[in-house]
Design a protein around this ligand. Structure first.
Ligand code: KG4
Ligand code: ZN
Length: 339
């Protein structure tokens, strides 16, 4: 069985072909970073228009890379939630059109569940049940993942997502978009203990939740002074930027590691799967590995290529198909997520 998976939830236009043994025959990701860089964040309308231009060439290239014809496909999967409305619509309409033309079933993919499923692909074995941590530009959530079909939200951020905080702090520090890789790079030369920054909720032992908004404001005040907004007069040295980046990164990592361990404790599960763009962060990976070793937890972090948005993780649809689930052609997008 050959499945085409499409991904257009945010600012990557991606397609992949996988078979029912979860082997990847092709994967193409067209990033829009260059289009959004000058705004230091994703502009939804620009993203939607760029998806529209790219989706057909990306599908064409994927089919060619797989060495198959469109008519060889047995199903089409598409991420229809959560994401930017305009972006989601482009992927969904492309998927439905292919399903109609090829007379094959449509399968809906939850983008956040797919980020966890990237760990299943990397592990090469069943990873359920597990605790799942999804950390991306739009989400920071912990789940109890009973099976590929059952994800129970344990808690998440009440304001900014971890990746969003990386992007916004990078912008304050004059670093390029996307902020995560940039902060990670300069933080390597910084002192993690240079600045005392808040770790919201970390000491609330019965609450699985994140909040990165206050941390972001705390970094702002470290740069411009308490209560001040204007960055135009501030000139930071390379070392000051590195120290702020390292201290900020450590605060985020403390919260992500601490609440993941709390989720392990509360659920009694012994396996932690971590996916999403922020899972590419080197310091986080190192700290998660230490924490997993110390607490006798099996840790699976998505490989770098499967952390940021891609369509390969849409292979979660194979599980649905094998269980006999498909979706109707009047399937709609669900842009928002339930908090
Ligand atoms: O999963 P993803 O590609 O898209 C969403 O679904 O949002 O995640 C993108 C986010 C961005 O906020 C980016 O800054 C962050 O992941 N990111 C990182 C790193 N690489 C990407 N954050 C921290 N460290 C990194 N190395
Ligand atoms: Zn994502």
């Amino acid at each position: 069985m050959l499945l085409l998976a499409l991904e257009s939830t945010c600012d990557e236009t991606a397609a992949a072909v996988v078979n029912d043994r979860l082997e990847v025959l092709a994967s193409v990701v067209a990033s829009q970073d260059a289009l959004h860089e000058k705004y230091r964040g994703v502009v939804p309308e620009i993203a939607a228009r760029a998806h529209l231009e790219r989706i057909l060439p990306v599908i064409d290239q994927t089919i060619r890379q797989a060495g198959i014809a469109l008519t060889d496909l047995d199903a089409v999967a598409v991420a229809n939630t959560p994401g930017l409305a305009g972006s989601l619509l482009v992927g969904l309409v492309a998927a439905k059109s292919l399903c109609l033309a090829l007379d094959v079933p449509l399968v809906a993919v939850n983008h956040l569940h797919a980020h966890i499923y990237a760990c299943r692909l990397a592990a090469g074995k069943n990873v359920f049940p597990c605790v799942g941590l999804v950390i991306s530009g739009g989400h920071s959530s912990l789940y109890r993942c009973a099976s590929p079909f059952e994800f129970h939200l344990l808690g998440g951020t009440i304001d900014d997502a971890a990746g969003e905080a990386f992007d916004k702090v990078a912008s304050m520090l004059g670093l390029p978009y996307p902020g995560g890789p940039a902060i990670s790079r300069v933080a390597a030369a910084g002192n993690r203990r240079a600045h005392r920054l808040p770790r919201t909720f970390l000491n609330e032992r019965d609450r699985i939740a994140f909040s990165f908004s206050g941390l972001k404001t705390a970094v702002r005040y470290k740069i411009v002074g308490p209560g001040k907004q204007d960055f135009s007069q501030v000139q930071l040295s390379e070392q000051q930027v590195a120290d702020l980046a390292a201290s900020f990164q450590e605060a985020v990592v403390d919260c992500l590691v601490g609440k993941s361990l709390l989720a392990i404790e509360q659920t009694g599960l012994r396996r932690l799967c971590v996916g999403g763009g922020v899972a590419a962060n080197a310091r986080l990976r190192e700290r998660l590995e230490e924490a997993a070793r110390a607490n006798d937890v099996e840790l699976i972090i998505a490989p770098l290529a499967l952390c940021t948005d891609n369509a390969v993780m849409g292979a979660i649809a194979v599980e649905k198909l094998q269980a006999g689930h498909t979706d109707p052609l009047d399937l709609d997008i669900i842009p928002g997520m339930v908090r």
